[in-house]
Design a binder for this molecule. Sequence first.
Ligand code: HEM
Length: 326
Amino acid sequence: MLLKSPPSLAKIVMANLIGVLLIIEVIVSGFPFGADGLSMGYYIMNCPLAEPIVRHTVTRALDADPTLAAALVRMHFHDCFIEGCDGSVLLDSTNDNTAEKDSPANLSLRGYEVIDDAKEELENQCPGVVSCADIVAMAARDAVFWAGGPVYDIPNGRKDGRRSKIEDTINLPSPSFNTSQLIKMFGQHGFSVKDMVALSGAHTLGVARCSSFKNRLNNVDPTLGSEFAKTLSKTCSGGDNAEQPFDATRNTFDNFYFNALQRKSGVLFSDQTLYTDARTRGIVNDYARNQAMFFFNFQQAMGKMSLLDVKGGAQGEIRSNCRKIN
Ligand code: HEM
Protein backbone atom coordinates (compact mmCIF):
# COMPACT_ATOMS: atom_id res chain seq x y z
CA MET A 1 0.00 0.00 0.00
CA LEU A 2 1.28 3.39 -0.93
CA LEU A 3 1.25 5.82 1.97
CA LYS A 4 0.65 9.46 1.14
CA SER A 5 3.42 11.63 2.53
CA PRO A 6 2.18 14.23 5.07
CA PRO A 7 1.89 17.80 3.76
CA SER A 8 4.90 19.94 4.48
CA LEU A 9 4.70 22.57 7.21
CA ALA A 10 5.05 25.29 4.57
CA LYS A 11 1.98 23.94 2.73
CA ILE A 12 -0.13 23.87 5.92
CA VAL A 13 0.87 27.44 6.81
CA MET A 14 0.16 28.66 3.27
CA ALA A 15 -3.26 26.97 3.07
CA ASN A 16 -4.33 28.44 6.40
CA LEU A 17 -2.88 31.83 5.65
CA ILE A 18 -4.89 32.16 2.46
CA GLY A 19 -8.05 31.11 4.33
CA VAL A 20 -7.41 33.58 7.13
CA LEU A 21 -6.69 36.38 4.64
CA LEU A 22 -9.94 35.64 2.84
CA ILE A 23 -11.93 35.77 6.08
CA ILE A 24 -10.24 39.05 7.05
CA GLU A 25 -11.08 40.52 3.65
CA VAL A 26 -14.76 39.55 3.95
CA ILE A 27 -14.98 40.92 7.49
CA VAL A 28 -13.22 44.15 6.61
CA SER A 29 -15.19 44.72 3.43
CA GLY A 30 -18.43 43.98 5.28
CA PHE A 31 -17.95 47.02 7.51
CA PRO A 32 -17.56 50.67 6.72
CA PHE A 33 -13.95 51.77 6.58
CA GLY A 34 -13.87 55.05 4.67
CA ALA A 35 -14.20 58.35 6.52
CA ASP A 36 -17.52 58.70 4.71
CA GLY A 37 -18.75 55.34 6.01
CA LEU A 38 -18.77 53.69 2.59
CA SER A 39 -17.33 50.26 1.88
CA MET A 40 -17.29 47.45 -0.63
CA GLY A 41 -19.80 44.76 0.26
CA TYR A 42 -21.59 47.23 2.54
CA TYR A 43 -24.86 45.30 2.45
CA ILE A 44 -23.34 41.85 2.85
CA MET A 45 -24.51 41.47 6.46
CA ASN A 46 -27.80 43.35 6.61
CA CYS A 47 -29.18 42.99 3.08
CA PRO A 48 -27.11 40.42 1.21
CA LEU A 49 -29.43 40.42 -1.79
CA ALA A 50 -29.24 44.19 -2.29
CA GLU A 51 -26.87 44.11 -5.26
CA PRO A 52 -28.56 41.13 -7.00
CA ILE A 53 -31.99 42.75 -6.54
CA VAL A 54 -30.86 45.99 -8.18
CA ARG A 55 -29.11 44.11 -10.98
CA HIS A 56 -32.17 41.98 -11.61
CA THR A 57 -34.53 44.98 -11.65
CA VAL A 58 -32.26 46.92 -14.00
CA THR A 59 -31.78 43.96 -16.33
CA ARG A 60 -35.53 43.33 -16.51
CA ALA A 61 -36.25 47.00 -17.27
CA LEU A 62 -33.49 47.29 -19.89
CA ASP A 63 -34.46 44.06 -21.61
CA ALA A 64 -37.91 45.64 -22.07
CA ASP A 65 -36.63 49.11 -22.99
CA PRO A 66 -32.92 49.33 -23.93
CA THR A 67 -33.01 53.14 -24.07
CA LEU A 68 -33.28 53.20 -20.28
CA ALA A 69 -29.58 52.33 -19.97
CA ALA A 70 -28.70 55.87 -21.06
CA ALA A 71 -31.32 57.32 -18.75
CA LEU A 72 -29.95 55.56 -15.66
CA VAL A 73 -26.36 56.59 -16.36
CA ARG A 74 -27.39 60.21 -16.85
CA MET A 75 -29.52 60.15 -13.69
CA HIS A 76 -26.50 59.12 -11.62
CA PHE A 77 -24.44 61.98 -13.09
CA HIS A 78 -27.14 64.56 -12.39
CA ASP A 79 -27.58 63.19 -8.88
CA CYS A 80 -23.87 63.32 -8.01
CA PHE A 81 -23.12 66.74 -9.48
CA ILE A 82 -25.80 68.43 -7.39
CA GLU A 83 -25.46 68.10 -3.61
CA GLY A 84 -23.35 64.94 -4.07
CA CYS A 85 -24.58 61.39 -4.72
CA ASP A 86 -27.50 61.56 -2.29
CA GLY A 87 -30.59 60.69 -4.31
CA SER A 88 -31.65 64.37 -4.31
CA VAL A 89 -32.56 64.10 -8.00
CA LEU A 90 -35.29 61.60 -7.13
CA LEU A 91 -37.27 63.84 -4.77
CA ASP A 92 -40.58 65.20 -6.02
CA SER A 93 -41.48 68.86 -5.69
CA THR A 94 -43.82 69.75 -2.84
CA ASN A 95 -46.18 72.70 -2.23
CA ASP A 96 -43.37 74.77 -0.76
CA ASN A 97 -40.37 73.45 -2.70
CA THR A 98 -39.54 73.04 -6.38
CA ALA A 99 -37.15 70.12 -6.62
CA GLU A 100 -34.14 69.49 -8.88
CA LYS A 101 -36.12 67.17 -11.12
CA ASP A 102 -38.35 70.04 -12.26
CA SER A 103 -35.44 72.10 -13.56
CA PRO A 104 -35.25 72.44 -17.37
CA ALA A 105 -31.89 70.60 -17.22
CA ASN A 106 -33.62 67.58 -15.71
CA LEU A 107 -36.94 67.50 -17.54
CA SER A 108 -35.75 64.83 -19.96
CA LEU A 109 -34.37 62.58 -17.19
CA ARG A 110 -36.10 59.22 -17.25
CA GLY A 111 -35.99 55.89 -15.46
CA TYR A 112 -37.38 56.96 -12.07
CA GLU A 113 -39.73 53.96 -12.16
CA VAL A 114 -36.76 51.56 -12.36
CA ILE A 115 -35.39 53.03 -9.12
CA ASP A 116 -38.88 52.83 -7.53
CA ASP A 117 -39.22 49.17 -8.52
CA ALA A 118 -35.85 48.27 -7.03
CA LYS A 119 -36.65 50.22 -3.89
CA GLU A 120 -39.99 48.47 -3.44
CA GLU A 121 -38.37 45.05 -3.71
CA LEU A 122 -35.58 46.08 -1.34
CA GLU A 123 -38.06 47.42 1.22
CA ASN A 124 -39.84 44.04 1.10
CA GLN A 125 -36.59 42.17 1.66
CA CYS A 126 -34.85 44.43 4.17
CA PRO A 127 -36.86 47.50 5.17
CA GLY A 128 -35.04 50.74 5.89
CA VAL A 129 -31.60 49.47 4.94
CA VAL A 130 -30.70 50.37 1.35
CA SER A 131 -30.52 54.06 0.41
CA CYS A 132 -31.98 55.49 -2.78
CA ALA A 133 -28.60 57.09 -3.51
CA ASP A 134 -26.96 53.65 -3.50
CA ILE A 135 -29.69 52.27 -5.76
CA VAL A 136 -29.03 55.04 -8.32
CA ALA A 137 -25.28 54.38 -8.21
CA MET A 138 -25.71 50.61 -8.56
CA ALA A 139 -28.30 51.00 -11.32
CA ALA A 140 -25.96 53.21 -13.38
CA ARG A 141 -23.15 50.71 -12.92
CA ASP A 142 -25.40 47.81 -13.95
CA ALA A 143 -26.75 49.78 -16.94
CA VAL A 144 -23.21 50.41 -18.26
CA PHE A 145 -22.45 46.70 -18.01
CA TRP A 146 -25.79 45.73 -19.56
CA ALA A 147 -25.01 47.94 -22.57
CA GLY A 148 -21.64 46.26 -23.12
CA GLY A 149 -19.46 48.65 -21.14
CA PRO A 150 -16.88 47.92 -18.46
CA VAL A 151 -17.65 46.11 -15.20
CA TYR A 152 -16.71 48.09 -12.14
CA ASP A 153 -17.33 47.77 -8.44
CA ILE A 154 -18.45 50.64 -6.22
CA PRO A 155 -18.54 50.99 -2.47
CA ASN A 156 -21.96 51.54 -0.89
CA GLY A 157 -23.38 53.17 2.21
CA ARG A 158 -24.43 56.55 0.80
CA LYS A 159 -27.18 58.27 2.76
CA ASP A 160 -30.15 60.02 1.16
CA GLY A 161 -30.19 63.81 1.29
CA ARG A 162 -33.07 65.99 2.44
CA ARG A 163 -32.42 68.96 0.14
CA SER A 164 -33.46 69.16 -3.50
CA LYS A 165 -33.78 72.66 -4.93
CA ILE A 166 -34.30 73.68 -8.52
CA GLU A 167 -31.78 76.53 -8.20
CA ASP A 168 -28.94 74.10 -7.41
CA THR A 169 -29.13 72.63 -10.91
CA ILE A 170 -27.35 75.74 -12.20
CA ASN A 171 -24.27 73.65 -11.41
CA LEU A 172 -24.92 71.17 -14.19
CA PRO A 173 -22.80 71.68 -17.32
CA SER A 174 -24.51 73.35 -20.27
CA PRO A 175 -24.43 71.83 -23.77
CA SER A 176 -23.02 75.15 -24.98
CA PHE A 177 -19.94 74.92 -22.71
CA ASN A 178 -16.51 75.06 -24.31
CA THR A 179 -13.56 72.96 -23.15
CA SER A 180 -12.32 75.61 -20.70
CA GLN A 181 -15.71 75.74 -19.02
CA LEU A 182 -15.93 71.94 -18.89
CA ILE A 183 -12.41 71.62 -17.47
CA LYS A 184 -13.26 74.24 -14.85
CA MET A 185 -16.58 72.71 -13.76
CA PHE A 186 -15.31 69.14 -13.62
CA GLY A 187 -12.11 70.34 -11.96
CA GLN A 188 -14.19 71.87 -9.17
CA HIS A 189 -15.41 68.35 -8.42
CA GLY A 190 -11.87 66.96 -8.41
CA PHE A 191 -11.83 65.49 -11.92
CA SER A 192 -8.80 65.65 -14.20
CA VAL A 193 -9.10 66.63 -17.86
CA LYS A 194 -8.80 62.95 -18.77
CA ASP A 195 -11.59 62.03 -16.31
CA MET A 196 -13.81 64.70 -17.88
CA VAL A 197 -13.28 63.40 -21.42
CA ALA A 198 -13.85 59.81 -20.28
CA LEU A 199 -17.06 60.77 -18.48
CA SER A 200 -18.28 62.66 -21.54
CA GLY A 201 -17.90 59.29 -23.26
CA ALA A 202 -21.13 58.32 -21.48
CA HIS A 203 -22.66 60.01 -24.53
CA THR A 204 -21.92 56.74 -26.27
CA LEU A 205 -25.40 55.97 -24.94
CA GLY A 206 -28.61 57.80 -25.65
CA VAL A 207 -29.88 60.84 -27.43
CA ALA A 208 -30.13 64.62 -27.27
CA ARG A 209 -33.25 66.52 -28.20
CA CYS A 210 -33.19 69.22 -30.86
CA SER A 211 -33.61 71.93 -28.21
CA SER A 212 -30.18 70.99 -26.83
CA PHE A 213 -28.31 71.65 -30.09
CA LYS A 214 -30.50 73.80 -32.38
CA ASN A 215 -28.52 76.96 -31.62
CA ARG A 216 -25.58 75.32 -33.45
CA LEU A 217 -27.70 75.36 -36.59
CA ASN A 218 -29.03 78.90 -36.25
CA ASN A 219 -25.62 80.44 -35.62
CA VAL A 220 -23.77 78.04 -37.93
CA ASP A 221 -21.22 76.50 -35.60
CA PRO A 222 -17.91 76.15 -37.53
CA THR A 223 -16.92 73.08 -35.49
CA LEU A 224 -19.90 71.21 -36.93
CA GLY A 225 -19.30 69.18 -40.11
CA SER A 226 -21.45 70.35 -43.03
CA GLU A 227 -22.89 66.88 -43.75
CA PHE A 228 -23.70 66.30 -40.12
CA ALA A 229 -25.30 69.75 -39.93
CA LYS A 230 -27.81 68.47 -42.49
CA THR A 231 -28.54 65.42 -40.31
CA LEU A 232 -29.14 67.63 -37.28
CA SER A 233 -31.37 70.00 -39.30
CA LYS A 234 -33.41 67.05 -40.50
CA THR A 235 -33.85 65.87 -36.92
CA CYS A 236 -34.94 69.36 -35.85
CA SER A 237 -37.59 69.43 -38.56
CA GLY A 238 -39.40 67.08 -36.18
CA GLY A 239 -39.58 69.80 -33.51
CA ASP A 240 -37.79 70.66 -30.27
CA ASN A 241 -38.27 67.23 -28.75
CA ALA A 242 -37.05 65.26 -31.77
CA GLU A 243 -34.21 62.96 -30.75
CA GLN A 244 -30.76 62.70 -32.26
CA PRO A 245 -28.63 59.71 -31.14
CA PHE A 246 -25.15 60.72 -29.98
CA ASP A 247 -23.62 58.00 -32.16
CA ALA A 248 -24.64 55.19 -34.48
CA THR A 249 -25.14 52.71 -31.61
CA ARG A 250 -27.29 54.51 -29.06
CA ASN A 251 -27.91 51.49 -26.81
CA THR A 252 -24.42 50.05 -26.93
CA PHE A 253 -21.58 51.23 -24.76
CA ASP A 254 -18.60 51.48 -27.12
CA ASN A 255 -16.15 54.14 -28.34
CA PHE A 256 -18.13 55.20 -31.43
CA TYR A 257 -18.87 58.55 -29.78
CA PHE A 258 -15.18 59.45 -30.02
CA ASN A 259 -15.02 58.36 -33.66
CA ALA A 260 -17.98 60.65 -34.33
CA LEU A 261 -16.11 63.59 -32.77
CA GLN A 262 -13.18 62.93 -35.13
CA ARG A 263 -15.63 63.24 -38.06
CA LYS A 264 -16.98 66.57 -36.70
CA SER A 265 -20.22 64.74 -35.95
CA GLY A 266 -20.56 65.51 -32.25
CA VAL A 267 -24.19 66.32 -31.42
CA LEU A 268 -23.68 68.94 -28.72
CA PHE A 269 -21.27 71.85 -28.88
CA SER A 270 -19.87 70.51 -25.57
CA ASP A 271 -19.13 67.19 -27.30
CA GLN A 272 -17.42 68.60 -30.38
CA THR A 273 -15.32 71.06 -28.37
CA LEU A 274 -13.41 68.08 -26.95
CA TYR A 275 -12.01 67.45 -30.41
CA THR A 276 -11.66 71.09 -31.45
CA ASP A 277 -9.57 72.00 -28.42
CA ALA A 278 -5.91 70.96 -28.49
CA ARG A 279 -5.95 70.20 -24.75
CA THR A 280 -8.43 67.35 -25.18
CA ARG A 281 -8.06 66.28 -28.82
CA GLY A 282 -5.26 63.80 -28.01
CA ILE A 283 -7.44 62.09 -25.41
CA VAL A 284 -10.34 61.85 -27.88
CA ASN A 285 -7.97 60.30 -30.43
CA ASP A 286 -6.67 57.82 -27.83
CA TYR A 287 -10.18 56.70 -26.90
CA ALA A 288 -11.25 56.54 -30.56
CA ARG A 289 -8.29 54.28 -31.31
CA ASN A 290 -8.32 52.24 -28.14
CA GLN A 291 -11.66 51.23 -26.65
CA ALA A 292 -9.99 49.34 -23.80
CA MET A 293 -8.27 52.55 -22.70
CA PHE A 294 -11.59 54.40 -22.75
CA PHE A 295 -13.27 51.64 -20.73
CA PHE A 296 -10.47 51.65 -18.17
CA ASN A 297 -10.51 55.43 -17.69
CA PHE A 298 -14.31 55.54 -17.70
CA GLN A 299 -14.61 53.00 -14.92
CA GLN A 300 -12.03 54.88 -12.84
CA ALA A 301 -13.83 58.17 -13.36
CA MET A 302 -17.26 56.70 -12.66
CA GLY A 303 -15.94 55.19 -9.44
CA LYS A 304 -14.72 58.66 -8.48
CA MET A 305 -18.02 60.27 -9.46
CA SER A 306 -19.99 57.79 -7.37
CA LEU A 307 -18.19 59.13 -4.28
CA LEU A 308 -18.85 62.83 -4.83
CA ASP A 309 -19.76 64.56 -1.56
CA VAL A 310 -21.43 61.45 -0.19
CA LYS A 311 -23.31 61.85 3.04
CA GLY A 312 -22.49 59.50 5.87
CA GLY A 313 -24.04 58.88 9.28
CA ALA A 314 -26.57 61.40 10.57
CA GLN A 315 -26.07 63.78 7.64
CA GLY A 316 -28.65 61.83 5.71
CA GLU A 317 -31.32 59.16 5.98
CA ILE A 318 -32.56 55.99 4.33
CA ARG A 319 -35.73 57.09 2.59
CA SER A 320 -38.56 54.61 2.55
CA ASN A 321 -39.92 56.16 -0.65
CA CYS A 322 -37.27 57.55 -3.00
CA ARG A 323 -39.54 60.40 -4.04
CA LYS A 324 -40.12 61.81 -0.52
CA ILE A 325 -38.01 62.64 2.48
CA ASN A 326 -39.01 60.56 5.54
C1 HEM B 1 -19.54 67.10 -20.19
C2 HEM B 1 -20.61 67.78 -19.88
C3 HEM B 1 -21.98 67.30 -20.23
C4 HEM B 1 -22.95 68.02 -20.83
C5 HEM B 1 -22.87 69.47 -21.26
C6 HEM B 1 -24.08 67.15 -21.02
C7 HEM B 1 -25.29 67.51 -21.59
C8 HEM B 1 -26.24 66.65 -22.01
C9 HEM B 1 -27.41 67.00 -22.76
C10 HEM B 1 -27.79 68.41 -23.17
C11 HEM B 1 -28.08 65.85 -23.04
C12 HEM B 1 -29.35 65.72 -23.85
C13 HEM B 1 -30.55 66.12 -23.04
C14 HEM B 1 -31.77 66.26 -23.90
O1 HEM B 1 -31.68 66.87 -24.95
O2 HEM B 1 -32.81 65.76 -23.49
C15 HEM B 1 -27.36 64.78 -22.43
C16 HEM B 1 -27.72 63.44 -22.50
C17 HEM B 1 -27.05 62.45 -21.85
N1 HEM B 1 -26.00 62.60 -20.97
FE1 HEM B 1 -24.87 64.23 -20.79
N2 HEM B 1 -23.77 65.91 -20.51
C18 HEM B 1 -22.50 65.96 -20.02
C19 HEM B 1 -21.84 64.95 -19.37
C20 HEM B 1 -22.40 63.73 -19.09
C21 HEM B 1 -21.86 62.77 -18.18
C22 HEM B 1 -20.61 62.99 -17.33
C23 HEM B 1 -22.67 61.69 -18.21
C24 HEM B 1 -22.59 60.42 -17.42
C25 HEM B 1 -21.51 59.96 -16.83
C26 HEM B 1 -23.72 61.97 -19.17
C27 HEM B 1 -24.69 61.08 -19.57
C28 HEM B 1 -25.65 61.38 -20.52
C29 HEM B 1 -26.47 60.36 -21.16
C30 HEM B 1 -26.33 58.87 -20.99
C31 HEM B 1 -27.37 61.06 -21.98
C32 HEM B 1 -28.47 60.43 -22.84
C33 HEM B 1 -29.75 60.36 -22.02
C34 HEM B 1 -30.91 59.66 -22.69
O3 HEM B 1 -30.82 59.26 -23.84
O4 HEM B 1 -31.94 59.55 -22.02
N3 HEM B 1 -23.54 63.23 -19.65
N4 HEM B 1 -26.24 65.27 -21.79
